[in-house]
Design a protein around this ligand. Structure first.
Ligand code: GDP
Length: 454
């Protein structure tokens, strides 16, 4: 590494890989037909309870919902501001967005009023979409209104399902139709068994003290529970008890066996690291403070971020530090590791045992950040306020709209923004920063992707 070319941990990845998201069901319809009541009814008020926090606005956009074991994101389009004037236009625009973003559409009509101009405007939009549409003929509170519901066949978008959002009448049948219309379910939630020890990769360039640290950790507690043969001859995991619970250190053979012949063979070190990361949940990147941070240190940190693993930065050989070196070290960290300023940091000495006890809390913090799931309702009420205060910059004369967002995955947290246009990198980084300020994710990379529907 040359002096004027410091290595720096790269930008967060915002690659547009296809992320698997839960199916989206959008509820459309003109004002006062009962969209929000129907949304509440479908949610069974589960999210409402969680979110009845003072100071949090009530007009939300998207929620986590489920019916017959099928999970989906439920979107209330009522809150989408469009700037279009005239009721029919506004409603049509909302239906347009819904048609573009959703996998299925619930079209709510007030059966007691019948078909209005605004309803007809929605129909014109829905006729053009290939997305399945389920007509909810609302306010059918009793048998007397059943006939009103039949009138809505005249909309020409299929069978009207008589429902009462208020009393719950008929909503089950309607939801059955919605679920039947959704695309095939992906293989859902294979969560890890909670009891398994969490898996740590101890990584870092040669000679930073990985093997010494491992010996210290294993020796101190004197509870090397087990040595488990891995899938390949080299990959041996060790279970070590720390802070009263077992942890699996992956591929410790790669650390303990001295690959002295491979020193300087960056390629093998990189391969070894990525193999370890693949099998780990959290990585401890060990660095040696007796030397300036090297490009290779930064590369290892980058590998962890790219692999989407939780991260702990551990600065070893702290016993060697004097005032002057410490001053420069902090500068190096500021300059080269600012992109991972979200990662907890421990300053340790494998030699003296300094701050060994801080490792477990750091690991726990990072794993908690890595595991975090934000409920869709909460995410969207926050996002709505954020976007209202700081809208995305205009691009090519058009203002992209962020319609709603969901967290598609955890481990690491992965978010998908449904937008009507491309969001600049700067703006996405801004959202990412604010996401961290609001929800934490300490110690974990987070990923942000867009679903653009123009
Ligand atoms: P590895 O290649 O990352 O596994 O590094 P090793 O554990 O083999 O350590 C490399 C060298 O650094 C050895 O000579 C260790 O004794 C020394 N070392 C490791 N940790 C410390 C530490 O905390 N302080 C000091 N002063 N030396 C250390």
């Amino acid at each position: 590494m040359s002096e004027n070319d410091p290595a720096v941990v790269g930008e967060p990845t915002t690659a547009e890989e296809e992320v698997e998201v839960k199916p989206v069901v959008a509820v459309v319809g003109r004002p006062n037909v009962g969209k929000s009541s129907l949304v509440n009814r479908i949610l069974g008020r589960r999210e409402a309870v969680v979110e009845d926090v003072p100071g949090v606005t009530r007009d939300r956009v998207a929620y986590d919902a489920s019916w017959q074991e099928r999970q989906f994101t439920l979107v209330d389009t009522g809150g989408w501001e469009t700037g279009a004037s005239g009721l029919a236009k506004v409603v049509a625009q909302q239906a347009e967005y819904a048609a573009q973003t959703a996998d299925a559409i619930v079209f709510v009509v007030d059966a007691t009023v019948g078909i209005t101009d605004a309803d007809a405007a929605v129909v014109r939009v829905l006729r053009r979409t290939s997305k399945p549409v389920v007509v909810a003929a609302n306010k059918v509170d009793g048998e007397r209104q059943e006939a009103d519901a039949l009138e809505l066949w005249n909309l020409g978008v299929g069978e009207p399902f008589p429902v009462s959002a208020l009393h719950g009448r008929g909503t089950g049948d309607m939801l059955d139709a919605v679920i039947a219309a959704l695309p095939q379910a992906p293989s859902e939630g294979e969560e890890e068994p909670e009891s398994a020890p969490r898996r740590i990769a101890l990584v870092g360039r040669p000679n930073v003290g990985k093997s010494s640290l491992l010996n210290r950790l294993a020796g101190e507690d004197r509870v090397v529970v087990d040595a488990v043969a891995g899938t390949t001859r080299d990959a041996v995991d060790e279970v070590i008890e720390l802070g009263g619970r077992p942890w699996t250190f992956v591929d410790t053979a790669g650390i303990r066996r001295r690959f002295r012949a491979l020193q300087g063979a960056d390629y093998y070190a990189t391969v070894r690291t990525s193999t370890a990361l693949e099998r780990a949940e959290v990585a401890v990147v060990l660095m040696d403070v007796s030397d300036p941070l090297a490009e290779q240190d930064i590369r290892v940190v980058e590998q962890v971020v790219e692999a989407g693993r939780a991260l702990v930065l551990a600065f070893n050989k702290w016993d060697t530090l004097d005032e002057e070196r410490r001053y420069y070290l902090e500068k190096e960290i500021d300059r080269q590791l600012s992109r991972v300023s979200w990662a907890p940091r421990v300053n340790v000495s494998a030699k003296t045992g300094r701050h060994m006890e801080r490792l477990v809390p750091a690991l726990e913090t990072s794993l908690a950040g890595w595991d975090t799931r934000i409920p869709t309702g909460r995410l969207n009420s926050w996002l709505k306020e954020l976007v209202a205060a700081t809208p995305p910059p205009v691009r090519g004369g058009k203002q992209p709209k962020i319609l709603f967002a969901t967290q598609a995955d955890a481990r690491p947290p992965q978010f998908v923004l449904f937008t009507t246009g491309f969001l600049e990198d700067n703006y996405r980084r801004f959202i990412e920063r604010r996401l961290r300020e609001e929800f934490g994710f300490e110690g974990s990379p987070i990923k942000l992707t867009m679903r653009i529907r123009e």
